[in-house]
Write a protein that binds this ligand. Structure first.
Ligand code: PEP
Ligand code: MG
Length: 375
């Protein structure tokens, strides 16, 4: 049984909801977390990280699609993925019936889908030592040379997000088909699915233009085949400084922006998200070089980029929806900063939704009451 809000806490949060002007959504990628988010008062899913749906066997399928040049093998891999993803999205949209669900196309670095060269080397050495037949060894060596050729020194700055989608257009097409098919089926069952599609890690307009056109074409095909009408907004993450400073251009192709302040913090400071926690940030805090951990509470410089992205985005697309889906979306101090910037909503992990509702209510109340501090 999933937890629910009851009693005084529920009442206080309802009061906060009466004041807040910013929406609160959740980051969730499975029906159970979606339902939990609803229980906690989320008004939609601001980020469904589809890479979390690609664990275990599905990683192998992506590897076989990427490394194989046999058309039949690749088609089979895509068909398997399409079937699995259609089921995933059907479950998500059903759990969030009547509320928006922003599905982000695959984001992680390519190497996360491929076997690691180091593990393969160890395996080959072990197979050699145990007298494995030459043919089997040759297959492993072939695989090693393929993954070796694709290895990157900085995967987080490499073939990730929309870059992967541009180079392997079959993957976003498969995901879009799954999203639209799941939505069409639910509509035919009388439900009200509200999917939105988000393109990650955009830095230049042509990335978004290219992928938007491909995504729209697939949606149109599914609508035709299923005999339904679907209105699926298409937007982008703003998580690289270049995207924030050219947001006026990017907004011409986006129905919404979602600021990915995790990556935006990483790329603005040049701090690696994967290393800083345990390494130098704590020492920076001790020495007061930084007032707080910028991965926890949004930094003033990163907030300035968010502000700039919103102003520029609205300049060319006045109706654009503006949200944030980095960890900061559930941090009360950051939520207050996002309220001042004028975001449409924040999105955070399900268990932080109540805190975000309260912080958004407090921010709106503080604004309403004005500044009455004793001077
Ligand atoms: C972000 O970068 O802030 C974000 C939400 O995306 P992810 O954490 O999945 O990279
Ligand atoms: Mg990101």
């Amino acid at each position: 049984v999933l937890p629910e809000l009851t009693g005084d806490l529920d009442t206080i949060l309802e009061w906060a909801d009466e004041f807040r002007t910013m929406g609160v959504r959740a980051n969730a990628d499975n029906p159970e977390d979606a339902e939990l988010s609803r229980n906690f008062g989320a008004e939609g899913i601001g980020l469904c990280r589809t890479e979390h749906m690609f664990l275990g066997d599905r990683k192998q399928i992506i590897q076989s699609f990427i490394l194989n040049d046999e058309p039949a093998v690749r088609e089979k891999a895509l068909a398997d993925l399409l079937e699995a993803q259609t089921g995933d999205f059907y479950g998500m949209f059903k759990a969030m019936d009547g509320l928006p669900v922003i599905v982000r196309l695959l984001d992680p670095p390519l190497h996360e889908f491929l076997e690691s060269p180091r593990d393969l080397e160890v395996e080959i050495a072990r197979l050699e030592a145990s007298g494995t037949p030459a043919a089997e060894l040759a297959d492993k060596r072939q695989l090693l040379s393929l993954v070796d050729a694709m290895a990157e020194a900085n995967p987080m700055l490499g073939l990730r997000g929309c870059r992967l989608a541009i180079l392997y257009p079959e993957l976003p097409a498969m995901q879009t088909r799954a999203i639209a098919t799941a939505a069409a089926r639910l509509k035919k069952e009388g439900l009200d699915p509200e999917p939105e599609i988000m393109i990650p890690l955009v830095s230049v307009l042509p990335e978004l233009e290219t992928l938007r056109a491909e995504v729209e074409a697939v949606i149109a095909e599914v609508c035709e085949a299923e005999g339904v009408e679907l209105d699926i907004p298409i937007g982008t993450m703003i998580e690289l400084p270049r995207a924030a400073v050219t947001a006026d251009e990017i907004a011409t192709q986006a129905d919404f922006f979602s600021f990915g302040t995790n990556d935006l913090t990483q790329t603005t400071f040049g701090f690696s998200r994967d290393d800083v926690e345990a390494k130098f940030i704590p020492r920076y805090l001790e020495r007061r070089i930084l007032p707080c951990n910028p991965f926890e509470t949004v930094d003033a410089g990163v907030a300035a980029l968010v502000d700039m992205g919103c102003t520029k985005g609205r300049a060319t697309n006045p109706d654009i929806q503006l949200g944030v889906c980095g960890e900061h979306g559930g941090d009360p101090d950051s939520v207050k900063t996002f309220h001042k910037i004028g975001l449409t909503y924040v999105s955070c992990s399900p268990y932080r939704v109540p805190l975000a509702r309260l912080a958004a209510g407090q921010a709106a109340l503080a604004e309403k009451m004005g500044d009455h501090r004793d001077k």
